[in-house]
Design a protein around this ligand. Structure first.
Ligand code: URA
Length: 433
């Protein structure tokens, strides 16, 4: 087989066979095929797409490109949850402990921030001492004992995704349906879970900008997961606004704790209850409505918060900060961003908000960048709110005062203030099963 022929075939709009896809992935991972040829193939896939057979074959080839995990030592049903990436999306920190409190095991592998979107691993590492790099034995011991552990992706798991993602990032080929499906599901299927609930984001803060594209993405991921023997469900949720009020690592952990205390923002609380109830219901813990009641109970009685603190403790973190979030480090500098005119917040560019947080130090510009865990944004106003000229729309936080100007500029240019109150938009837009 020659890579040249595969590129030409895809360039001309033809379908690749499963053998050809498997061959290309194996030989890319072992270093035989150079980046420039893979870049050309990725661009051909970006323009010409892939049919279901090709997308499935690519997903399975990514899954099989490295180790697959064996969770058979974990007692009980295992459920995973994955978001396609958003801004202010701290749902995993809330949903995973809720589900674990109710007797379903969560052995979760999460990612770091990607572009303007945040990552669960970075958020957890903002908790002093928290170790996201556990060995497999320790990871599984904690899952069995506490019900939950969350770690970063190991280098051995789906290495093809690591290579392909880095290349897509620099060749403008991220926003391709088959490439996103194979990246997410390739990783998810390499872990040994029984059920997977997907939170497919849609809108200005996500990689899929329209509901139609997000639904197609969800449909493909659900179907491929089922084909691999998993129980699957996807929610399509709105990312035309950040989730909750806090963006940035420590700030998001604080808001997650508030939500686990039952005092979180309504949009975040609604999504978390729905995701957790669907996870439990897939794991046969009752009907969706019964599971929703159970979720509300473990939030109200504090047991889900305790599970979160127990996981923090088990993974080497300082659980005192969970019970008293004022113990977290605070940013040295802050600035209140004021509205330039009166009116309704008609819409926001959520990606711009994510970028503003990144500019303040909450994310990385290069792989080597160190994150400022204290950096981020607390919003005072969200889409649909009325704001008077001079009133605060947000407060920016950072340890590097020189970053405030760029963060402020980005936030202001990402906020549209107008005369008409925008129509109400639900946060959960659809479900794919
Ligand atoms: N998250 C992933 O892991 N991969 C993608 O391609 C997009 C979001």
């Amino acid at each position: 087989m020659r890579m040249y022929d595969l590129i030409k075939k895809k360039r001309d709009g033809k379908s690749l066979t499963a053998q050809e896809i498997k061959w290309f992935i194996e030989n890319y991972v072992n270093g035989t095929i150079p980046d420039y040829q893979v870049s050309a193939l990725l661009m051909a896939i970006y323009f010409n797409g892939m049919d279901l057979e090709e997308t499935t074959a690519l997903t399975f080839a990514v899954r099989d490109s490295g180790d697959t995990l064996d969770f058979s030592d974990v007692k009980g049903i295992r459920v995973d949850k994955h978001s396609t990436g958003g801004v202010g999306d701290k749902t995993s920190l809330i949903v995973a402990p809720i589900v674990a409190t109710l007797g379903v095991k969560v052995a979760k592998m999460s990612g770091r921030g990607l572009g303007h979107t945040g990552g669960t691993v970075d958020k957890l590492e903002s908790i002093p001492g928290f170790n996201t790099g556990l060995g497999v034995d320790e990871f599984l011991e904690i899952v069995n004992r506490v019900g939950i552990a969350i770690v970063g992706q190991s280098a051995e798991l789906a290495p093809a995704d690591k290579l392909l993602y880095a290349l897509r990032d620099v060749t403008a080929t991220v926003e391709s349906l088959p490439l996103i499906v194979s990246s997410i599901m390739g990783k998810k299927l390499a872990a040994d879970d029984d059920c997977i609930v997907l939170d497919v984001k849609t809108g200005s803060g996500s990689f899929m900008k329209t509901v139609e594209d997000s639904k197609r993405l969800a449909r493909l991921m659900v179907d491929i997961g089922k084909q691999a023997g998993k129980k699957m469900l996807a929610l399509i949720t709105d990312m035309d606004r950040p989730l909750g009020f806090n963006i940035g690592n420590i700030l998001e952990v604080k808001e997650a704790v508030e939500t686990l205390r039952g005092k979180g923002p309504s949009d975040l609380t609604e999504i978390c209850i729905a995701l957790a109830a669907h996870m439990l219901s897939l794991a046969e813990k009752g009907t969706y409505e019964e599971c929703e009641d159970k979720v509300k109970k473990v939030i109200a009685d504090g047991s889900a918060l305790k599970t979160f603190a127990d996981m923090v403790e088990a993974q080497g973190g300082d659980s005192r900060v969970i019970y008293d979030t004022s113990l977290f480090k605070e940013a040295k500098f802050s600035r209140v961003v004021k509205a330039e005119k009166s009116g309704y917040i008609v819409k926001v560019d959520t990606e711009g908000y994510g970028t503003a947080a990144l500019l303040l130090g909450a994310g990385r510009n290069t792989k080597e960048d160190k994150i400022d865990f204290t950096a981020g944004i607390i919003l005072s106003k969200k889409t649909g709110d009325f704001v008077k000229a001079g009133e605060a729309i947000a407060t920016l936080y950072t340890n590097s005062g020189e970053k405030l100007d760029a963060g402020e500029r980005k936030l202001i240019e990402s906020t549209v203030i107008g005369d008409e109150k925008p129509a109400y938009k639900p946060i959960i837009l659809d479900k794919v099963q």
